[in-house]
Design a protein around this ligand. Structure first.
Ligand code: IVH
Length: 695
């Protein structure tokens, strides 16, 4: 890092901001994180360091200056099928901030030293508490009655989830005792492990994707549309903060004790500490004991207890200066490797997945863990029967992070990475720049075909009501090989499948019908283009506005899309030139799927303004794409050659009648190459649409 020059620092800052924004959205909005908290926090700390070192690149909207937002969960974008969007958003009376965090005890020492220095001889103590790993809530009581519950939202506005909060068992609707006329109290909504396991079992039975962890489950459940359903989710609440502005207590501790006396749920695991050694003891104790708690915690929060001291220390834009979180490293477990499965993904990538002797980890039983790829396996030097360390990251499936060499049995064999596809037997391939092996039999490998169907139907893509079992059935009966096959299924075919009734078939058909309204960017994601994830699909869809414009785009235009580099651009470019994919696109178009954005496209240029152009023959892009390109540059595509035709655009094998007509009327005939040169950027120019399109 110290050898970084200014340009490198600027690029890295931008990259970190993009990554953090993306992962913050996955965490707070989608409830489906893909990186661990530790990875996220490390990236955030790196950005903080760089912004401090290069203040000229600091920006007020950097993720280092704002709290993650849970607002704006898109329909179907949540791992929760019954989630509601469009909660009324209301302002917080006092901003709901986050906490500065660290994984290092020496930074906690720095925190206490700083506080002592600033408070300059004042007597104060520390309230040490568990850091509950759920989703934040802010409750307002007026006249002892619960009148409002807001999520943290973006810290300034939160979603009004009052109806749902009222259904959480330990949140009292009415207080007792000597409560203030009106006050706010903040805390966390948690889903205990037991409720979490039961919910995930139910979801798997219903072919819904399971939640990655109890935090995501709590957050998804709090945003359910039906408050009665919330009541059945087993959520609990624990409250840990009354904004000092809203009460008149002398200390945080007193405020929480008072809240408990009014009937509010306050943790009894807090401890009043008087210096760093007591804080250390508290941290060490809970680092060992937290695995016995019935809910998830991810650290310890240390708060200056006296409210006048808190006022002296104040706030940064994002954190209070009077509190800090010490976060625990992800828990590890050690267990035995039983065997390795080699899974074939929808792109043909082979992922080794370890089957393990079941072991308890962070409140759940782990049976499988990913080994990522052949390089990772080689790096770990893993052998059959080894004792391995497992950790949970952001994803559902934990990963193997090491091998306990001291327990390796003599002569343990190195597992052999397969040389042929475990599903279809095709020899595997691996290019130099790839860490993974691939099965190249994309069109014939059953796992890949089923994987693509599953991806196409998934909630974040076309949101069709089906899971693995349905895909298996449709595939086995030869009813679906590619996504377009789904749209010609009928009720009779569906009810002939095992376990299907008239009602389930109708539900499935209805969801297929509804998928025709799925916006273009999700359709593009559903197509399963390699390296094109949700965010990239959105970027490309918004940039080009239609599949035809994407198909018409050259590498240069594709590279103009934000965050699209050589690898993604080449993948899109090749996809759009693969006859099998082009045929599939036309079939899906015919089925009525959305292949263009709804908003009207703005012209890319006026190069063809007022000119009628007739096209004939075949081109490097579809005829439809060519017509759209003409329109985008202000021209009009005509069907027959007349005196008004500006020119005939001739591809290969143009119609002889049209050529004859041109000769007769003196209408120029130009090739595709000449035509492209007439457009502003010397080619299709579809990339120019960014500034002009009105999304
Ligand atoms: S105090 C002004 N106490 O952790 C700060 N927060 O990562 C008020 N959290 O936003 C928060 N346990 O959602 C506080 N005992 C605890 C907590 C706690 C969990 C959450 C809270 C906060 C987040 C920061």
């Amino acid at each position: 890092m110290q050898f970084m020059d200014r340009t490198e620092a600027k690029n890295r800052i931008e990259e970190l901001r993009r990554t953090l924004e993306e992962n913050s959205r996955r965490y707070y909005v989608d409830n489906a994180p893909v990186i661990s908290d530790f990875e996220f926090d490390s990236l955030m700390h790196e950005l903080e360091r760089l912004e401090a070192e290069y203040p000229e690149f600091d920006a007020p909207d950097s993720p280092t200056h704002k709290v993650g937002s849970d607002l704006d969960a898109p329909a179907g974008g949540n791992a929760e099928p019954l989630a509601r969007t469009g909660f009324v958003q209301r302002p917080h009376r006092y901003p709901m901030l986050s906490l500065g965090n660290t994984y290092s005890i020496s930074e906690i020492e720095d925190f206490t030293a700083r506080a002592e220095k600033t408070l300059d001889g004042a007597r104060f103590s520390y309230s040490c508490e568990l850091k509950f790993d759920g989703t934040a809530i802010c409750l307002t009581y007026r006249g002892g009655r619960l009148v409002q519950a807001l999520t943290r939202g973006d810290g300034v506005y939160g979603d009004d989830v009052t109806e749902n909060a009222m259904r959480i068992g330990n949140i009292p609707r009415q207080l007792h005792g000597d409560y203030p006329a009106e006050f706010e109290i903040r805390g966390e909504i948690l889903m205990p492990y037991e409720a979490f396991d039961a919910l995930n079992r139910e979801r798997e039975d219903n072919e819904d994707p399971p939640f990655a962890n109890p935090r995501n489950a709590a957050s998804g459940s709090l945003k359910l549309a039906d408050p009665e359903e919330v009541a059945h989710r087993g959520l609990i609440c624990t409250l840990y903060h009354i904004p000092a502005e809203s009460v008149t207590f002398g200390s945080h501790w007193e405020a929480l004790d008072a809240a408990a006396s009014w009937g509010l749920p306050v943790s009894d695991k807090r401890r009043l500490c008087h210096g760093i050694s007591e804080i250390r003891e508290y941290i060490d104790y809970w680092d060992r004991q937290r695995k016995f708690l019935p809910f998830a915690t991810d650290g310890i929060v240390i708060k200056i207890n006296e409210l006048d001291c808190q006022r002296t220390l104040g706030y940064t834009a994002k954190f209070p200066r009077w509190a800090v979180a010490f976060k625990f490293k992800a828990e590890q477990a050690c267990t035995r490797l039983l065997s390795i499965d080699y899974q074939v993904g929808r792109t043909g990538a082979i992922t080794p997945v370890a089957n393990l002797e079941p072991v308890q980890l962070s409140g759940t039983v782990v049976r499988r863990a990913t080994l990522n790829n052949a390089d990772v396996m080689a790096g770990l030097d893993i052998r059959d029967g080894d004792w391995v360390f497992v950790e949970k990251g952001g994803e559902i499936i934990p990963k193997i992070t090491g091998v306990d060499m001291s327990r390796r049995e003599a002569g343990a064999q190195r597992p052999e990475f397969p040389s042929v596809c475990p599903d279809c037997g095709t020899p595997l391939v691996r290019s130099e720049d790839e860490a993974r092996w691939f099965c190249p039999n994309g069109d014939g490998c059953p796992m890949q075909i089923k994987g693509r169907l599953l991806h196409f139907m998934s909630r974040r893509a076309m949101d069709i009501l089906a899971g693995e079992v349905t895909v298996e059935q449709l595939y086995d009966r030869g009813l679906a090989r590619r996504p377009s096959d789904l749209y010609s299924l009928n009720k009779w075919q569906l009810t002939s499948l095992d376990g299907w009734k008239d009602r389930s078939a109708q539900r499935f058909l209805d969801s297929l019908e509804a998928s025709k309204k799925v916006p273009f960017e999700r359709v593009l994601f559903a197509m399963g283009i390699r390296y094109v994830g949700e965010a990239t699909a959105k970027g490309i869809a918004r940039h080009f506005g239609s599949i035809d414009a994407i198909a018409a785009a050259g590498m240069e235009e594709l590279l103009k899309v934000d965050d699209v580099g050589e690898v993604i651009a080449a993948s899109v470019y090749d996809f759009m030139r693969d006859p099998v994919q082009l045929e599939e696109i036309s079939r899906l178009k015919a089925a009525g799927l959305r292949f263009s954005a709804e908003s009207p496209r703005t012209a890319m240029s006026a190069a063809l303004e007022g000119r009628t152009i007739v096209i004939s023959g075949t081109f490097s892009i579809s005829r439809e794409a060519m017509k759209e390109l003409i329109a985008a540059h202000g021209g009009k595509a005509g069907s027959s050659v007349s005196g008004k035709t500006a020119f005939l655009l001739a591809g290969s094998k143009p119609g002889p009648e049209k050529l004859k007509q041109c000769e007769k009327l003196g209408v120029p005939v130009i090739s595709e190459e000449e035509f492209m040169k007439m457009l502003p950027s010397g080619n299709q120019g579809a990339g120019d649409v960014t500034e002009l399109s009105l999304f």
